[in-house]
Ligand binder design. Sequence first.
Ligand SMILES: [Mg+2]
Length: 248
Amino acid sequence: MKNFNAGLENAKLWIFDADDTLWESGLYFRRAENDFAALMHSLGYEPAEIVSEIHTRDLERLSVTGYGARPYMSVLRSMLEDKFTVLSPYMLTALDDISYSLLHHPLVLLPGVLDSIKRMYTSGKRMIVYTMGEEDHQTDKFKRSGISQFFEKCTVVPIKTEETLRQLLASTGTAPAEACMIGNSPRSDINPAIGCGVNALFVQRPLTWQAEQIEFVKPELVTTVADLTEVLPLAGLGRIDPAPSAEG
Ligand SMILES: [Mg+2]
């Protein structure tokens, strides 16, 4: 862990991204992609070519439809509609099932999240969740997470920008330098934070969506952590003791 953020122990507001920072998300988009590729394989298409087409179309539609599970599903549906003049009951049912799995995926916290968030809460840290996508879907996940009681609120925006972050800071009465943004997306979490003068902690995750992987605007201002337990010492709190081993 490289640490450029000195003085974070005095931060007054901790802003957490949700998807792939607090809980698994990209994993379920990947599963939907695999399921759709398998469906198309059954209809005579090459899975690798389908996956490649999904990625291309997904990037193209972003500026039009914004982020979220339903816009993603509309990409898959449009691919089917472009290839078949009439969608059969088999295709429609499969598409519905893939959509249902994605919208109602299990809510699984990432390693270290539960203990770290509890620790910060009991230490009196002020924390909020700040996420992008569709309001109902994101709020539903927040409610299902089992950790909602530790946060002051959950703010959902269609897309994260410097402007939406400034509005969030204003709504909480926090100066940028007194806030810390924690997230897995260089594009949506880290660069807007740096642009606003907010401290930035980058959570490195293996399945971050390709559209989110861009260069940091000022890499020298970004601290990278492997998981949320590494945030505790930065916040002036002791590390959590590892679980006792079988040997005791
Ligand atoms: Mg995220």
